[in-house]
Design a protein around this ligand. Sequence first.
Ligand code: UT7
Length: 338
Amino acid sequence: MRPVAVLCGVGSYLPPTAVSNDDLSQRLDTTDEWILTRTGIANRFFASRGTATSDLAVSAAERALKCAEVDGVDAVVLATTTPDRPCPATAPVVAAKLGLSGVAAFDVGAVCTGFLYALSAAAGLIATETAERVLVIGADTYSTIVDPSNRSDAVIFGDGAGAVVLRAGTPGEPGAVGPFDLGSDGDHRDLITIRAGGSEQRLSGAEPRPEDHYFSMSGKKVFQQAIVQMAGSVRGLLRRAGLEIGQVDRMVGHQANQRILTRLADVLGLPEDRNIGNIREVGNTAGASIPIALDDGHRRGLLSTGDQVLLTAFGGGLTWGSALLTWPDLHHTDRIRS
Ligand code: UT7
């Protein structure tokens, strides 16, 4: 029988600088009331100078490895939109910093859906017996790419990292991951983008405008697309798994905006108390948001062994996806916040 991927560890890391809505309203034309009611976010964390995405990733990975009670893996898969450098990928750097030089290591670029794409790639490494244990990390430092003077974007995003350890196991055991549903629509790449810095801009011969170096998002259109695509993805996934929405115990969605998550649960017919996350405390941490929310749910005792957990995400590309996971019996660890 082919092995299946089984989740056996989870961990997360948030950098030390907390930034409240009131802090932001000191320098932006915004208010705590607007941010809280329009996004559900009260606080986020920013990485400090001298820190890179790989540093956040390493701290989250150390927690996940400790939780799994293992000190080695055969592969590291990192979802990020904010790599340490445009080249090389950041996963080999993370592996080296963890003392794991020599293992397979690569980045996945699917923006805020990145963690689900990475999880699926890692599950494939296990199913093909390429690896027995894989570290899957989502890590992002959007504070380095968001225009700090753009009030729509600057109030949403925060930095952080989350990680899980997968091991080879058998279908149906607690922790089993899958099936997956993944999709994309590159015709809408302009809705979430950084225009400068890639081959398209370099080969155009035109000098980029200063704002082209920053992340840009058409918030309203993204908001609408997010609900439509995540709902479609979840429905397709549940059909394939032969499950009804009522059989889902917990939904952990990409923590983009609480209004999106509430509306999504409503559209799917999922009772609101099964929709868990921590966007209020950490904001939108992009590719890191699902593993950070999973770790938070685990530490708060909101996830019980055997729970049918639905993961779903949406992001730039456009990309979207969803996955099922039977919650495992895990050790408790504390989140590091230096
Ligand atoms: O993680 C990847 C995927 N990302 C997402 O899923 C994010 C999806 N989008 C969103 O979450 C929301 O669109 C935002 C939070 C980005 C914006 O909220 P919105 O309710 O869609 O606001 P809007 O852009 O339609 O703007 C409505 C009004 C505008 O003012 P006028 O033109 O009506 O006078 C904006 O200028 O709100 C204004 N506004 C703000 N006001 C105070 C926009 N941002 C702010 C702000 N504070 N921070």
